[in-house]
Design a protein around this ligand. Structure first.
Ligand code: TRP
Ligand code: ZN
Length: 475
């Protein structure tokens, strides 16, 4: 759901009024309830990624039926084949004669809306669909897109691998910030959360690991279909359907959360040993952030490397090795980033600052470096270092994952804790999750809540820590 489409609808009405002749302008307007059909905006309105997400629609659910053929053995190129049918339930938030979904590098061959074949085309990374009958505000529609193509190794705006990353034994699927469009037609912005269900068919012997709970797997004619259910609202960048050689390990954590880990058996035991800390970490973070928000958790530890870990919802992804502080970081993201997601990509420090801070807290809990020690490490960076040049709350699309977003973000939270005291700080953390969980929120929402919970004026504090491109001078 987003409010931008509402503003566009109002702007359209005003423009029409201006275009009317003076005589007509004085006359009573036409039936105010009469629909004015428009094209949905091609983006959700995020200045960093103007074409990510889509105006005029609110996606409620994705049902992804995927069939994947792995690349041939070396020396064949790293190229697979993905064929999908995405059944998407959505609601119109404007009167629409056309709307878009994001789809990149794959070809749609058929689009069915409410049971009828529709006209569509693809321009750059936008799939444009013309529903007939047209959709009125509030109408729900089922949109079935048949699509497919060769899969490669896509990269993000910084050149880092992301999206459906083809590997020799399958695919690593890690899409932050706007890579979901490389594997399904999607409203690819965190303000448009939806529920997900998957049926993923892969060659027998391969395992497909997605978000949520495993419903089952069935093998026929040398192919296995893996069925996963992810009923907790999720931002598209957190969806995964990773394929590879995996061993699945299921158990129930101490807090009652069902855990499913998927570990590549080619890796040494040390690669996944820290996953044994998950249960204790869940209990610890519940103490600070409130109840774990999803139906399940677990990790994917893949032998291929994108070089990063990602907090894919309910099933964090790790390349090659799950280090202890990274295990804590990705788990904390489930509350901070996943349950409460950024309202715009400029707000990324709310994800990375909180997840990094949580990992400082875990270290202290384990009797190693305290949060104060970690804070002092960051503050020991000299004032003339480039590190301090980043505007944390508006880093630009090329600096979403700069070191300062993580470390100065975490230091900001520690300084805030010192400023308002432990009681207000942890009340803020829990209230933040409670108030915005299931949706998204911005830096302005955060600073407003911090002021409300603490009863303090924090304007100067947040200005110095989040908006000044220099080292804070007092804390
Ligand atoms: N959010 C990840 C982390 O800090 C980092 C990340 C950003 C990433 N984009 C990615 C990881 C794409 C994998 C793929 O935990
Ligand atoms: Zn992170």
């Amino acid at each position: 759901m987003n409010t931008r489409s509402m503003r566009l609808a109002l702007a359209g009405t005003a423009a029409l009024a201006l275009a009317m002749t003076p005589a007509l302008a004085g006359a009573a307007p036409g039936n105010p309830g009469e629909p004015r059909f428009q094209e949905g905006d091609p983006g959700a309105g995020d200045p960093y990624f103007p074409l990510a997400g889509n105006g005029g629609i609110d996606v409620l659910h994705y049902d992804l039926d995927l069939t994947y053929q792995l690349p041939e053995p070396e020396p064949a190129p790293l190229e697979g084949q993905l064929d999908g049918v995405a059944t998407i339930e959505l609601r119109a938030t404007q009167d629409l004669h056309r709307f878009n979904l994001d789809l990149r590098g794959l070809t749609a061959t058929k689009v069915v809306v409410n049971g009828k074949s529709m006209r569509f085309d693809q321009v750059d990374n936008e799939l444009r669909i013309s529903p007939r009958p047209k959709l009125k505000t509030g109408d729900e529609a089922t949109v079935e897109v048949t699509y497919g193509g060769a899969t490669t190794r896509p990269t993000d705006i910084e050149g880092a691998l992301y999206g459906w990353v083809t590997t020799r034994d399958g695919a690593m699927v890690v899409s932050e910030p706007d890579g979901s469009a490389t594997w399904f037609p999607v409203s690819d912005h965190p303000t448009d959360k939806a529920t997900y269900a998957y049926e993923i068919t892969v060659p027998e012997g391969s395992v497909a690991v997605a978000n949520g709970l495993l419903e089952g797997s069935e093998t026929a004619d040398g192919q296995t279909t893996w069925t996963w259910d992810a009923p907790d609202p999720m931002a598209a960048y957190l969806a995964t359907a990773t394929v590879g050689d995996f061993e699945l390990d299921s158990y129930v954590a101490e807090n009652g959360t069902p855990i499913i880990d998927a570990v590549d058996p080619a890796l040494p035991d040390s690669a996944s040993a820290n996953l044994a800390l998950t249960s204790d970490m869940l209990v610890f973070f519940e103490g600070s952030f409130g109840p774990y928000p999803f139906n399940s958790y677990g990790a994917i530890v893949d032998d291929d490397s994108v070089g990063y870990a990602l907090e894919t919802q309910t099933r964090s992804f790790f390349s090659r090795r799950a280090g202890e502080s990274t295990v804590a970081h990705e788990l904390a993201h489930q509350w901070m980033g996943n349950h409460v997601s950024p309202g715009r990509w400029a707000d990324i420090w709310l994800n990375e600052g909180w997840a990094s801070y949580a990992s400082w807290m875990w270290s202290e809990e384990q009797g190693r470096a305290s949060a104060q020690d970690s804070f002092e490490d960051v503050m020991s960076i000299p004032a003339d270092d480039d590190f301090w040049d980043v505007v944390v709350a508006d880093p630009g699309p090329l600096c979403l994952f700069c070191g300062a977003i993580y470390d100065r973000g975490a230091a900001t939270l520690h300084a805030l804790r010192v400023e308002v005291g432990d009681d207000a700080f942890f009340e803020l953390a829990k209230t933040w999750v409670e108030q915005y969980g299931g949706g998204s929120a911005t830096t302005a929402d955060f600073s407003a809540l911090a002021e409300e919970v603490s009863g303090q004026d924090l304007d100067a504090f947040f200005q110095m820590w989040l908006y000044d491109a220099e080292k804070p001078t007092d804390w």
